[in-house]
Structure formats: C-alpha cells, structure tokens
Design a protein around this ligand. Sequence first.
Ligand code: ADP
Ligand code: MG
Length: 729
Amino acid sequence: MSTIRFQALKETAGRKPVKVEELDRKSAIFGSNVFNDKAMRQFLTSEAYQAVKGAVQYGTKIDRKLADYVAMGMKEWALSKGVTHYTHWFQPLTGTTAEKHDAFFETSFDGSDPIEKFAGTQLVQQEPDASSFPNGGIRNTFEARGYTAWDPTSPAFIFGTTLCIPTVFVSYTGEALDYKAPLLRALNAVDEAATDVCRYFDKNVKKVTPTLGWEQEYFLIDKALAASRPDITLTGRTLLGHTSAKGQQLEDHYFGSIPTRVLNYMRDLENECMLLGIPVKTRHNEVAPNQFELAPIFEETNLAVDHNSLLMDVMQKVAERHDFKVLFHEKPFQGVNGSGKHNNWSLATDTGINLLGPGKTPMSNLQFLTFFINTIKAVYQNEQLLRASIASASNDHRLGANEAPPAIISVFIGQQLTKVLEELEGVSNGKLSPEEKTDLKLNVVGKIPDVLLDNTDRNRTSPFAFTGNKFEFRAVGSNSNCANSMTVLNAIVAKQLKDFKKEVDALIDSKKMKKDDAIFNVLREYIKETKNILFEGDGYSDEWEVEAAKRGLSNNKTTPEALKARVSKEALALFEELNVMNHVEVEARYEIELEEYAKKIQIEGRVLGDIARNHVIPTAIRYQNILIENVKGLKEIFGSKFEEIGKEQIFLIKEISEHISGINSKVEEMTEERKKANALETAEEQAAAYCNKVKPFFDVIRKHCDKLELLVDDELWTLTKYRELLFTR
Ligand code: ADP
Ligand code: MG
C-alpha cells in the first residue's frame, strides 16, 4: 500500500471522538456573540439604538454622527468580549465569504498614545483592494476600487477574536459586485409588491418579509483520508474511484444512529451556531454513507442567507478540530446520492400572517390563494430564469441524474390543492352571482385549512413543491450561495404581484367589478394559463422528460445552456424594472458564471489527467511487472506449457496494457481540446467548449482508471478507495 494511503488509514483508525464542552442551555447562550437587540440596548445610546432600528425596519439612513455612536458602542461591546480586530464581512461572487481584518489598535507614528479606536466611517464604509475579486469587467483596472458598505439589517457578530460586520460589496460606480446587494434589492421589491397586494385584504399590513429556511446537506470525511486524495483536495470531489461493493443500497444510513465522532462534531458546531445566533434545530444522517443534514428555524431571508454563508465557513473550521473535512460539493462520489440545499420560502406580514399558510376565514384563504397562485405563475413564466439561478458545474451532476430534481422546473401542489384550483377555474367570467360567491366561500376557499392539514402526500421528486405552508425550492445546490436563487425567486414573485395588482385594479376601475370578483377573475385566468408548470408525477422518470418537452418546458441540462436565460431580453427587463440589477450587472454576472464554469472544468480536467498519469498508470505498470515476473517464472518451471498455465495472468497483462493506452490517448486528446477551448474568444464559447468538448473525456478516462482499480493488487493502489472514504468515521 502506498505510504500516503497507509498513513491516512492508520491515522483515521486511531482517532478518538474529540471531547466537546457542554455549554449552558441553548436558549441562554443563543446570540451571545451577536450585536443583537439586547447588546444594542446595553451598549448604544437610545438615539443610536433608534437609528439602527429605523434602518432595519424602514430602511432609513443613519447619519455620520449617529454612525460614530453606533461604532463606539459596537467597539465597547466587542472589547468587552476580548475582540481585537474588526472586518467588513462580504460575499463576493467567488461563492465564499471574504474578510480583511484590521486591529482596533491605533497609535501615533512615534508610538505614543496607543488606543483602541473604531469610528463611524470605518463601520459604514471600507475600500478593500478588490481588484482580485470577480467583476465581469465592471471594474476596469484603472478604476479598480470597490467598496463595502454596512448592512445594518444583518447584525454584526464575533467570530474568534474578530468583529464581523456584514456588508454589501459594490463598485465605485455603484454596481453590485456581490450576492447581497441584488438580494436586498429583490427583497425590497417583493416587500413593496406584496404589501400592495395584501392591502386588498388587510389595510394594516405595512411590510412583507420574505422568509427562508435552508436545509444544508454535506459529507463528512476524515481529514487524513480526504488529504490523501488530490482530487478531493483540489476539486472538492472524487474524479475517479470504483464504487464500493456496499454503497447506499441497504438504506441503512438515512436517519440511522449518528456515529459518536460525528455527533461530537455536530454538538460542537451547534454550540458555535448558538453563540453566533444561527438557530440550528435539526440534524440527521442523510441517504448516502457519511452524508448528513443540518437545518435551522427559518428567518428573514437576508439574515438566513448570511447565516448559511457563515455556517458553511464555521462548519469547515469546527471540522478541523475534529479531524474532519466537510464536502459541500453537490456530487462528491459517483454512485451514491449527492447533496442539495432545499430552500424553504414564504412571505410573512408585519401583522404576523404567513401568506402561504391557509387562514381561518374565506377572506384570508382568498389571500392565501392569491399568493399561492401568483407564485405558481411567477415560476411558470420564469422557469428558465429560476433554472439559471441554480446552475453551476457541480450542480449539473445532480440535476437530472436520477436522484435529484430534474433540470426541468415544475411545481408540485398536491391533490387537494389541485382540486381547489380546478374548482376555481370554473368561476364564471365577469361579476359573480351571490350564490356563486357563497358557494366559493363555503365550499372551495372555506375548506382549504381542513384540506391541507391532511395533505400528507409529499412528492420528493419535484424541484419546487408546496409543502403545506411554504414552497420548497429543492433544486438548489449544497455548495451554492442561496442569495442567487433567492434573488431570482423574490424578484420574479415581485414582478408577478405587481402585474397582478395592475390587472385587478383595471377590472375594478374599468369594469366596475367588486374587489373579490376581480381577484377571482384574474386568478381564474392564471390557473388556466399556468397548468403546464404543474406536475404531480415522478420527476425522475423518462416519461416526464417527454411530457415536459410537449408542454414546452425547458430542460437545460448544462450550465452554459441554462445560464443563457439570465441575459434574455425578458430577464434584463424584469431586473431593470424592479431595480434589482441593471443590464451591466446582469451581463457581468453572466460572464463571471461562465468563466467560473470553464475554470472549474479546466481544473478538473488537469487534476484528472495528473492523477491518471501519475498515480494510476505507474501503479498499473508496477502490478503488470509483477505479473510479467510471474509469467516468466511459470515459463521457467513449466517450459512450453506455461502459456496454458499462465493464461489468466497473460490476459491480465494485456488488459492492463489496453487500459493504460486508453488513459494515455484520452488524456492526450483531452489536453488538446483544452488548448483549443482556451484559445476561444468569448466566455460563452469557452464555457460551451469545456462543456461539450472537454468534459465528455472525464467519464471515458475514469472508466479505464476504475477498471484498473479492480484489477490491480490492493496493496499497490495508491489512492484511498471509496469504501475507505465512505465507511470510515
Ligand atoms: P421537511 O421539509 O424536512 O419535512 P419542515 O417542513 O419541518 O421539514 O421544514 C423544513 C424547513 O422549512 C425548516 O428549515 C423550517 O424552518 C423551514 N420553514 C418552515 N416554515 C417556513 C416558512 N414559513 N418560511 C420559510 N421556511 C420555513
Ligand atoms: Mg425539505
């Protein structure tokens, strides 16, 4: 066995669960490292406190003087907790979080007057030298400055000994260079649009808050084993490896008892989350071996997105203490399930109503139906844009791969709600008769709550499912920043609600219809129009692909295909109308995502080529030499009869040679295709070439390598095997 594989296995076998300190009760420590309401009341003047509150609730600006007071309070709070540094914490388009730490410490140039300082200006704005973040050409090098600006709606927090201040990241000319800025604008758009629509039902509603509860799936692999695999180290997934004789077929992992080492990791992680105010609640084993899930209580969407980004960072850091590595990749192992990040989404009013939760009265149910049907319409009209929002090189492995929702976007609503929609469809055109209205109120709308309570049929194959009181967007990738999908979902719903309001108002004004007549009329038309997006069957089946094509739904299987929807005329107009992104910002993002796609495939191609040539082929030759020696020996002993006696060995020698030459020639061809792809002019062409010309070699090369893994003596094989990666913990 190679030294590295042997060492890794030995290290892993000797691991003991790391002891985790029992902290106080969760409710007692929750948020103690967050500059939350309690901390603000203690450390801010009432004027400064009101300023922050106003900014959070109504988006009012905080002036310079008050910002100074807030900074002072924040600093005092942080110092009282042993903090030495602060950072603007932001989410550039690299997909990870970024931070640059500065000490509170200041002194004059001769070293006198040392002091801890933090001014309002430092809180409000920073200029990280940001020319090395992806910007899609927005910032020319001569204008390389970008700046981060404080987002008071997401509270500052302490991690380690650093005060982290959530910020947006924008170019000097004001274009968004991060995930947060467009998200905030989309949330604002849906708040305005939804509040307007709510007022048909309740004049007291002043604000609508989109809510998000994500469910994070991940793999946990021993650190030493992960480090022994160059593919995991460099790409986050295995590029080769024969499937383990035992995989997930016994279905013995899902919800099974959690191994002690893992449980200790989870407890440690949960403690950290509590301190950071991330309300994690659920933990369990997932379907694949060494796969797990963690889910919080849902929150306001911007905060939930920040918490997910922060969590992914914290998960990796806590994993180090437990000698684990977290794999967030959507498909780290072939042949077992990949990981997703379900995004549970709804809209809540400041009057305490969940707009996607059926109510108690016919009127509140009509409100529910309004938001329910408008969401379906938004998805129907923008299915391609929604698909684009979850597109990435890694998520391509999952979508449509018979284990995750397909690349076709459809909506599942369940039998009972399907029936409700069918009945609503029969509503007569124009004004409704009193009898019809009574019937609707009593027998259709009035019945919804009873109906939903026993609505237990949950279709796990749907990418976008209604689950009782929220929609669950299931096609989101485990490794993605949910801001991307949430920006699009909230924006398309905002646009739809605006259009709905216009249509209803038009009926009220020009046709002199009553408000509820008008609403019923518009909803009826929507139900008719959007039928094609509703699908209750098996989303993994081949029949669905055929059926979806007939319905005119898109089935964009690869990222370069899917991303095109981002820059369609309709998409550009939609984002511009809502002030979510202007066309420069959208086009820059398109460019960045294509580049990222091409780079990911490029790196995978290089790593695969290296491993195949530097690990697999030399090992195969070593084993082949042993076989050759063996055959030579047989010849010595058995003379001319050796060919009969050594038949299998000779066959193996030939087989190994075939795989070796297969690998060599395919790696060669793949390298040529990479060169051609690199020479192409535009990001679009490059991404397409990497997708269609380079990527197809991966499977072919892998097949040869995996066959060799089966043939070659286990003692000689250098790469840690699937059974070791997946079943050691
Ligand atoms: P599952 O989908 O696994 O059956 P649940 O239905 O309990 O689990 O919820 C899954 C996630 O949905 C949790 O993170 C939960 O916080 C979130 N969730 C529940 N209600 C809402 C809501 N109104 N808005 C957003 N997320 C929600
Ligand atoms: Mg779920």
